[in-house]
Design a protein around this ligand. Structure first.
Ligand SMILES: [Zn+2]
Length: 55
């Protein structure tokens, strides 16, 4: 089976632009995914990334 689309369609609640998935590269939470606004660093919206679920 193919993995779910890696693209997410979540929008930034602050400016309405897309959010993109990034992964922490270092530190205690290395490998942990989170969403940042594509307007970063203009817009600092960061949200936790929720893995898509299979139904
Ligand atoms: Zn934004």
């Amino acid at each position: 089976m193919l993995p779910p689309q890696s693209k997410n369609n979540k929008k930034c609640p602050n400016c309405g632009n897309e959010m993109k998935v990034r992964e922490k590269k270092s530190g205690e939470e290395a490998g942990k995914k989170f969403l940042v606004c594509i307007k970063y660093p203009e817009c600092w919206t960061i949200e936790p990334y929720v893995e898509p679920k299979w139904f």
